[in-house]
Ligand binder design. Sequence first.
Ligand code: UFG
Length: 327
Amino acid sequence: MTILITGGAGYIGSHCVKALVEQGADVAVIDNLSTGFQEAVTGGRLYVGDLRDRAFVHGVFARETIGAVVHFAAFSQVGESVKDPGKYYGNNIGGAAVLLDEMAASGVKNLVFSSTAAVYGEPEKTPIVENDPTLPTNPYGETKLAIEHMAACFERAYGIRCCALRYFNVAGASPDGSIGEAHDPETHLIPLVLQAALGARDSITIFGEDYPTPDGTCIRDYVHVCDLIDGHLKALAYLEQGGKSDAFNLGIGHGFSVREIIEAVKRVTGREFPVRSGARRAGDPSILIASGEKARRVLGWKPKHTEIDGIIADAWRWHKNKGHYSA
Ligand code: UFG
């Protein structure tokens, strides 16, 4: 049976394709290459097309014998989602609806879905557990939460079971340096700081130093992309063994401040660069830390990278040696 990976040409999806192919799985990929790169797809069969194109998606399901789906394909920039909500609702929700309809029509019952910590909005307490209130503060988080709810409706109607994996801050790259993070424009902290270390940007700006945290900068829970993908493989196995639909946080349960990340980048790269103080970025919660206890207990997930220096070292290898794709 084939595993279908949507968004397999993106940062996280490409690491999933690589891990599954290395495990010997048969993989098919759907990606419209709007933000992903063909070169990032290191195995499997790539179908270039849009999830909202029902005839195209139907054709892929007709051609392949799909046993399970891992759904990454989505727009994922919080700031852009606030400025252009229609783009996010149309693509993220529209694409998921077509995908779920095709799964139902083809009798595919297992779905692992790429959700986000953004479903929680501004958390009331830390660490965040899965049954904390879900009150997204931006359209990106709203679309991911809506898809979790949509999947529950498809379970009632067609018996499709879904693991929604709520990612915290995904970072790092494949340790062999072959694939990594390449967003355009880049908005995430670690790649931006690494670009400053490389001299590709003249400085890094800290967005707010007056948060209620020990050094005044925001704290995030950084999870290595390879550990995150291991969570997906565990979720696929769990569904295969008959596990019930559920949501799981994927985070290491420990946070680092923006200042700590900048210091770690200086340590790992041995490079100095200017650090500027800037205004808060609208909508940034001060602290986001996961309780990963449920994923550990139910899925048997055990992240290996709990030291930030190791996560940054893998990202640095990618950015220093390659850092982008040719197309
Ligand atoms: N930051 C800076 N300077 C920069 C860029 C970021 O200080 O140039 C700060 C941000 O303000 C934030 C922290 O670094 O405090 C991390 O920012 P990222 O943009 O790297 O990540 P976010 O925490 O904003 O976003 C992540 C995921 C989103 C998800 C969100 C949930 O990337 O997909 O968490 O809130 F929606």
